[in-house]
Design a protein around this ligand. Sequence first.
Ligand SMILES: Nc1ncnc2c1ncn2[C@@H]1O[C@H](COP(=O)(O)OP(=O)(O)OP(=O)(O)O)[C@@H](O)[C@H]1O
Length: 587
Amino acid sequence: MLLANRRMRAVLPVAVAVVSLGVAWALSVGLSGYTVYLAISMVTATISILGLGVVTGSAGIIALCQLTFGAIGAWVVTFLNQNEAPGGFVVWLIAGAAVAALAGVLLGLPALRLRGVNLAVVTLGAAAAFDVLLVQTQFPGQTEGLSVERPGLFSSDREYFFFAMIVLIVCAYLVFLLQRSRVGSSWKAVSFSERGTAAVGQSVRSAKLSAFAVSAALGGVAGGLLAGQVGIPYASSFTPIMSLALYILAVMSGAYLIDMAVFGGVLWVLVPELLKRWGVPQDWGFVIFGLLGIQALTSGSNLGEAIRGGFRKRAGKRAAAAAEAQPDDVGTSVLDVFAVPEAAEPVPADAAPVLEVRDLGVQFGALKANDDVSLEVKPRSIMGLIGPNGAGKSTFVDAVSGFLPQHTGTVLLDGEDITRLSPVARARKGLRRTFQQDRVPPQLTVEAYVRFVARKRLDHDELADALAFLGCPPPEAQLASVDVGTRRLIEVAAAVLSGPRVLILDEPAAGLSHEEHLQFGHRLTRIPSRFDTAIVLIEHDLDLVRSVCTELTVLDFGRVLAQGPSTEVLDDPAVIAAYMGDAEMTQ
Ligand SMILES: Nc1ncnc2c1ncn2[C@@H]1O[C@H](COP(=O)(O)OP(=O)(O)OP(=O)(O)O)[C@@H](O)[C@H]1O
């Protein structure tokens, strides 16, 4: 059944592409005159919006200059046409996409440090500057009235529509594959949390730049196609206000979903066309798009998600009804498997530490959040890092995992000094961490997220086993439909599957019920021996700490208060007095 589902998922997109091609052919035969022209415009707009779906929808980056990339694509095509460059239209189109992609990366570089309104201003500014340049210089061949030569087989409008549809199908299929690849996961991850992305060894920079490049390339293809459509393109087809309207359409429709990009492309042409037929000036189309955008931005959702959310809800209800019908089959296996707690395998006393931190110091202004903190973590051990609120535990994790590069002291992983390495490099070396806050991108499936975090080939059974081992939902589950507590478990499972040397868990059981806490403890104790990983656990629940940690380090006011075997540390009068209080310690 599962295999059949997986095959189905692989075959379905190809089937959709083939059917779309058939529909395109039928339309190219059936449509006539002006309608063909409008249909070509819909196709070019869809490709442009697909690009916005990548950069804005998936990667969460505001880019208000999509038609600038279109203009670049059109410029390259007209330039190569004027110079009778070899290869013909298809080659010119690809060249236009490549140049637009390069421009996307160049614009993306300064945009790496910007977010929100600042990024909006920069991209809109770039669009305005390019528009001025274009109006001044015009497209190559424009003054001579030199028309772009379409591909030989597709010279009539109908044939050209079919050609444009082929290009759209190819683009949509490539975007589909990219969205499901590691690159696509990196876009969704970076959109949700840059820190979370870096912590799993994915460069935030390359995630953002690749989104810019792909988006701009698609913009370039759309512009090149438009040049072939109109013959002689003009700057008025690529104005900043039109880029803004296209952006709004992409946000409103949810253009990272391919069908919704098509819907956006249809609206882009249909709204002004209907206005024209009703005798209303077409510029009112911008007002309509603006209103739709305000609605989408204030609701925080988009049309595509709303439609899919409705379907998911219905499917959820059906699944719940089916589960009610068979109550005995559900939810017992995991409890049975993990009923007996198991301690982590003992580690030889003389084993070299896998993680060694020496004299770590972090200062925020006058506050010493970490002051000469040193600790050693043995292979396959579980060390607890505890202390009252504000003791400096999260600061310690941030510093060790590379997120606070200004710290003093030394961090050694397997004896190698990693103090100067970035968070990405540390993660790739095998120092992984999780966060107190939810950093699991909800747009991914469990499987896509785990594969993205693991950064290595995992066969489906291995992945499903590990998820079941930690009591996580199945690989096909959508993270958006999973509660926060369970998402934390999935975060741990994914980090474990990356095969880290050391895994630092920052309050991983937050959000779980008491019973789930205990179950989590049972599972945690099995991880070091099963996955050959050492764990540093930050946790406030002392029951959990007691049951799983072999060693403890207690922080207080940024300094190490006590360190050693758990039982000894928890009996230390200084720890009792300074941190937990007699009553809690004697339980
Ligand atoms: N970016 C920052 N700027 C200034 N002060 C900070 C910053 N981050 C943390 N601190 C301060 O450093 C101290 C240690 O904070 P930290 O979050 O590391 O403690 P913690 O032990 O993890 O606390 P909790 O258990 O509540 O998570 C606190 O006094 C906190 O207010």
